[in-house]
Design a protein around this ligand. Structure first.
Ligand SMILES: *Cc1c(COP(=O)(O)O)cnc(C)c1O
Length: 429
């Protein structure tokens, strides 16, 4: 197909994320990707500042990951997981248990992040029922979160960003504490800590679990918080028999500078969701880990009634094993802190610039928050003109680049961000 035919077909038939059909702005046609670059159909090459929504941590067409897929393809691309098992899945589960915070020993393989959160919720509700507390069926969280687009995950997304008003009467009504204040290294706010504890305690009798994104709230607003608040949640939930779920779908596998963000706080949740970077961005796969105690409780109640058709997909598990193998064999922590330094340096000039409210960097995450809604088409086009792919949203222009992005390309990305910030401003009415 020619690029024109692709765009015409796209416009006619194809939904894109968070878009009307036909979309208000036509997408760019990608022809291929290699290393940290996307190649557009018109021949332009863009440094990828997004890692394909935070997943492609090793970049594209990595020889080790390509080989893992090809090798697995030669055995089987898929078999059902009911009644059958295989090495790629068992190896992956064992590795996840080894890497995860202590105590998370049982693994449910899912096909996407939202499903991993659904499974986490199901585990928690079923555990409470099995242990004689069926009245505990609500979820607690803090505002500003994002946990996915299916209905239970949507119910714990930020009520405004998650557009709960569209779904009132449909979404389960959950318990919300205020959003965690400050930044990663802001001092602890005792009033906030008290409010957090109070919210959980007042609803303890009806809460099955508290679910949060540790340290970084991603698609809900790209905000960072002091890890101390996670210790607070750990203590208050444990004291009241409430389960604690960490959604590390965005933060897992090194993005914040530790393998899992929970390590910044030194606490283990009862349930952990991972996804996104799990397969190095190659295939859709996620996982929900839980403690042996939860698995025992749920199993005493009967079965965990969940079983996606493509559960434990061998191709996805094989490339996940290879991606984690690359992390373990290399110096991912050194790479992430190099990226962090480059983003701090490259974004520093935007601090205090016109239209900029805040600049924040943590691990391989760089965020510029504007004092106005970004002009998405203008900002995207300005970054593309600088040879960079960005996907700003709301008032945020940000990057989550592949860890192996070199300093020259990181300089391009920060220049692309500066151009996107300026373009959004000049196009403001
Ligand atoms: C992306 C994301 C999800 C949803 O994952 P999908 O694979 O898009 O369903 C859930 N939680 C967090 C924190 C995420 O970043």
């Amino acid at each position: 197909m020619t690029p024109e035919e692709i765009l015409a077909g796209d416009r006619e038939h194809v939904w894109h994320p968070y878009a009307p059909l036909p979309p208000a702005v036509p997408p760019y046609v990608v022809e291929s990707a290699r290393g940290v670059r996307l190649r557009l159909a018109d021949g332009r090459e863009l440094v990828d500042g997004m890692s394909s929504w935070w997943a492609a941590i090793h970049g594209y067409r990595h020889p080790v990951l390509d080989a893992a897929v090809v090798d697995q393809l030669g055995r089987m691309s898929h078999v059902m997981f009911g009644g059958l098992t295989h090495e790629p899945a068992v190896r992956l589960a064992g590795t996840l248990v080894e890497l995860a915070p202590p105590g998370l020993e049982r693994v449910f393989l899912c096909d996407s992040g939202s499903v991993a959160v659904e499974v986490a919720v199901k585990m928690c509700l079923q555990y409470q029922r099995a242990t004689g507390r069926p009245e505990r069926h609500r979820l607690g969280t803090w505002r500003g979160g994002y946990h996915g687009d299916t209905f239970h995950p949507m119910s714990v997304c930020d009520p405004e960003g998650g557009m709960h008003h569209l779904w009132s009467g449909v979404l389960p009504r959950q318990v919300f504490a205020p959003a965690p204040p400050g930044d990663f290294d802001s001092p602890v706010d005792p009033a906030y800590e008290a409010a957090l504890v109070d919210t959980v305690e007042r609803h303890a009798h009806e809460l099955a679990a508290v679910i949060v994104e540790p340290v970084v709230q991603g698609a809900g607003g790209m905000r960072f918080h002091n890890p101390h608040y996670l210790r607070v949640l750990r203590e208050v939930t444990r004291a009241h028999g409430i389960l604690l779920v960490f959604d590390e779908i965005a933060t897992g596998f090194g993005r914040t500078g530790t393998m899992f963000a929970a390590e910044h706080a030194g606490v283990s949740p009862d349930v952990l969701c991972v996804g996104k970077a799990l397969t190095g961005g190659y295939l859709t796969l996620a996982a929900t880990l839980c403690t042996a105690e939860i698995a025992r409780g749920v199993s005493a109640d009967g079965v965990l009634a969940h079983g996606p058709t493509f559960m434990g997909n061998p191709l996805a598990c094989a490339v996940a094993n290879a991606s984690i193998g690359l992390l373990r064999a290399g110096d991912w922590a050194g790479e992430v802190s190099r990226v962090e330094r480059a983003l701090r340096t490259g974004l520093a000039p935007l601090r205090g610039a016109a239209g900029v409210r805040d600049v924040r960097v943590l691990g391989a995450i760089g965020v510029v928050q504007l004092d106005h809604e970004v002009d998405l088409p203008a900002a995207t086009a300005a970054a593309v003109a600088e040879g960079v792919w960005l996907r700003p949203f709301r008032d945020l222009v940000y990057t989550m680049p592949p860890y192996l992005t070199d300093d020259a390309d990181l300089g391009r990305i920060t220049a692309g961000i500066a151009a996107a910030v300026a373009a959004g401003r000049t196009h403001r009415p």
